[in-house]
Design a protein around this ligand. Structure first.
Ligand code: SAM
Length: 288
C-alpha cells in the first residue's frame, strides 16, 4: 500500500469501489483518519503529503481488509456519533441511524427544557436515544430498557462516557404484563425492531451479516408486534397527557396509526424524515 495520506485515501476508494459508492468510501477513509489523529475533513486534505508510521499504516491496511468483507466501519472503529455525541458500538447493538436523530429532535421539541419529565426509551440498544435526551434535557429523569444484557452493558458504558445518569432495566417488552395503576412516565419513546423477515433479501450485507437480528427483524406474520405491545404498555405507564413516540417502518404508517386509534390514543401525528419517508409517529395517551 502507498504511504502518503492522499494515496491511501485513493486506495481505499478504489478497493471499496465495488461495495460502496465513492462518497461513502471517502467518508470511511476520513473516519479512519479521524479515529487515528482526530482530523476534520479539511485536516485530511491539508495532510495530503503526510506519511504514516508503520503501525498506523498497518492499522489502515487491516481496517481496509475488514471493510472489504462488508464489516461496518463503526464496528471496526468501535465508535460512532449520534446527536453530536460519541457512542461506542459493537455487534450487540444496532449502529444508530441519522433518522433516529430526527425522532430525538421531535421529543425535545415537545418537552420543555425546564420541565422535570420522566422519559422511558424502550429497546435502547447503544443507549443513543436515552443519552441524547439526557444530555439535552438536564431536568428530565431518563429510563431505558432492553431485552439484551450485552446491549445494556454497552448503553451503560456510553451513559458513563457521556456523563449522564440513566436508569437502565432489563426487560422483555413483549412479555411485560404491566397492570400497575401508577402511571409514572411523561414520555415513552421507542425505535423497536420493524424490518420484516421478507425484506432481508433487499438488505445490504454490511447490515444483514453484522448487525444484531434481534434489533432489526420481525416476523412477516406479525410485523407490528412491538408497536402493539408498547402501545398497551404505554396506556398503563403514561401519565395523563403523556406522549408516545415511535420510529416506524415507512411501509406501515397507516397501520400503526390505526393501531393507535384502536387503542384510544389521541392527536396522532405522522412525520416524514429528511428524505421524505414516513418515519415517525407521535400520539397522546388515551383519556380516562
Ligand atoms: C431497532 S433497535 C433500536 C436501538 C436504539 N434504540 C437505536 O435507536 O439505535 C431495537 C432494540 O430493541 C431491542 N429489543 C428487541 N426485542 C426486545 C424485547 N422483546 N424487549 C425489549 N427490547 C427488545 C433490541 O435488543 C434493540 O436494542
Amino acid at each position: 500500500m502507498p504511504s502518503t495520506v492522499k494515496d491511501i485515501v485513493q486506495t481505499i476508494r478504489n478497493e471499496l469501489s465495488e461495495i460502496y459508492p465513492s462518497h461513502e468510501a471517502f467518508q470511511m477513509a476520513w473516519l479512519i483518519f479521524e479515529h487515528l489523529y482526530g482530523w476534520s475533513k479539511t485536516d485530511l486534505m491539508l495532510h495530503d503529503h503526510t506519511k504514516l508510521t508503520d503501525s498506523d499504516h498497518l492499522f489502515v491496511q487491516k481496517t481496509l481488509e475488514r471493510l472489504k468483507k462488508h464489516e461496518p466501519i463503526q464496528y471496526i472503529l468501535g465508535e460512532t456519533e449520534f446527536f453530536g455525541l460519541p457512542i461506542q458500538v459493537n455487534p450487540s447493538v444496532l449502529i444508530p441511524r441519522p433518522e433516529t436523530e430526527e425522532l430525538v429532535e421531535w421529543v425535545i421539541q415537545t418537552t420543555s427544557k425546564q420541565r422535570s419529565a420522566d422519559i422511558l426509551d424502550i429497546g435502547t440498544g447503544s443507549g443513543c436515544i436515552a443519552i441524547a435526551l439526557a444530555k439535552t434535557l438536564p431536568n428530565a429523569q431518563i429510563h431505558a430498557c432492553d431485552i439484551s444484557e450485552k446491549a445494556l452493558q454497552t448503553a451503560a458504558k456510553n451513559a458513563k462516557n457521556n456523563q449522564v445518569k440513566i436508569n437502565f432495566e432489563i426487560k422483555d417488552i413483549l412479555n411485560s404484563t404491566s397492570t400497575r395503576n401508577d402511571p409514572s412516565m411523561d414520555i415513552i419513546v421507542s425505535n423497536p425492531p420493524y424490518v420484516r423477515d421478507s425484506e432481508k433479501k433487499h438488505i445490504q450485507p454490511h447490515v444483514l451479516e453484522y448487525e444484531p437480528h434481534l434489533a432489526l427483524f420481525v416476523k412477516d406474520s406479525d410485523p407490528l408486534i412491538f408497536y402493539r405491545a408498547i402501545a398497551l404498555y404505554a396506556k398503563t405507564q403514561l401519565k395523563k397527557n403523556g406522549n408516545l413516540f415511535f420510529e416506524i417502518n415507512s411501509a406501515f404508517g397507516e397501520e400503526i396509526q390505526a393501531l393507535l386509534i384502536q387503542n384510544g390514543f389521541r392527536n396522532i401525528e405522522l412525520r416524514e424524515d429528511l428524505s421524505g419517508k414516513c418515519r415517525m409517529i407521535k400520539a397522546d395517551k388515551p383519556l380516562g
